[in-house]
Design a protein around this ligand. Structure first.
Ligand SMILES: [Zn+2]
Length: 288
């Protein structure tokens, strides 16, 4: 989408540089790009080389695990480890990986489980935090993480969390942060869960270009910052403007605003942001 391509049709020229600069201008300090295959990590590293404060993950997304099989898994694993070691500063997490039982058309459950565990088992030794994807798969994800709990030292985040409070607390107890974005707060039920998650276990993310907050979401009335005057339809794109229905990193403030509002403003907005900022630093940038 940042290349101007939506589905298979080109609507406008690439504006990725605008998007990234808009984020940094709005106060974002660092961006972690999430890669879903080895090839995507290589692409992300190329982008990272152009921007000082851009980082990436390294791993296979559950919907991309069909690209791995018994004849290439060892070779790809070797390449991934090699890439992580050579780019230790830019690759700040393993992932995004995990399980997705809502989209099994790309990769079946058995294959997903096999390659989630395969990556986990062989990449733990890199001692990087885990960036975990979880859709309708909490129990299986938990069981696999539990199995390796003693070897996993760097912690991780259950990103784009939209589960129950019990699930959140189970993951927290195992040492994980809960990552919240627009998809985590679509319905009132989600808000009721978020309200009860301890603030020192919350991370925020955008998952851009996906997961923007929409007018139909329960979260919508809880946010203050609007980008309405900045938005144009993709067909009417002009340089320097944001595109309607395409999310961007600069909208991350909205996620914090929603959390602040549904927690009944228990703490000041600045305090809330500072806590989440420190959580993020602690997990991904503890050496900086
Ligand atoms: Zn995900």
């Amino acid at each position: 989408m940042y290349q101007g391509i939506y589905g298979s049709s080109k609507k406008h020229e690439s504006d990725l540089d605008h998007v990234i600069n808009r984020a940094f201008k709005s106060g974002v300090e660092k961006i972690i790009n999430t890669a879903g295959t080895h090839q995507e990590t290589i692409q992300a590293l190329e982008l990272c080389s152009k921007y000082e404060n851009l980082y990436t993950t390294c791993g296979y997304h559950p919907t991309r695990c069909n690209e791995l099989n018994e004849s290439n898994e060892d070779e790809i694993l070797k390449q991934m480890i090699d890439l992580c070691e050579k780019n230790a500063e830019k690759i700040v997490a393993i992932g995004e990986f995990g399980l997705d039982y809502e989209r099994t058309q790309f990769c079946g459950i058995d294959q997903q489980k096999r390659y989630f565990e395969f990556q986990l088992k062989h990449l733990i030794s890199l001692k990087k935090p885990l960036f975990l994807h979880n859709r309708a798969s909490s129990q299986d994800l938990y069981d696999i993480l539990y199995k390796y709990r003693d070897e996993i030292k760097a912690g991780g985040v259950i990103h784009s969390f939209d589960g129950t409070l019990d699930e959140a607390l189970q993951f927290i107890q195992l040492g994980y942060f809960i990552g919240l974005n627009g998809c985590s707060m679509k319905i009132q039920n989600n808000l009721d869960v978020i309200k009860q998650i301890p603030l020192n276990k919350i991370l925020v993310e955008t998952d851009a270009p996906w997961c923007g907050i929409k007018q139909s979401h329960a979260s919508y009335s809880h946010m203050n910052t609007q980008f309405t005057s900045e938005l144009v339809k993709k067909e009417k794109w002009i340089a320097g403007k944001m595109v309607k229905d395409r999310n961007e990193p600069c909208t991350i403030i909205q996620i914090c605003e929603v959390i602040h509002s549904i927690r009944d403003k228990k703490e000041s907005f600045d305090e809330l942001c500072e806590t989440i900022y420190l959580n993020t630093k602690h997990l991904f940038f503890s050496d900086q």
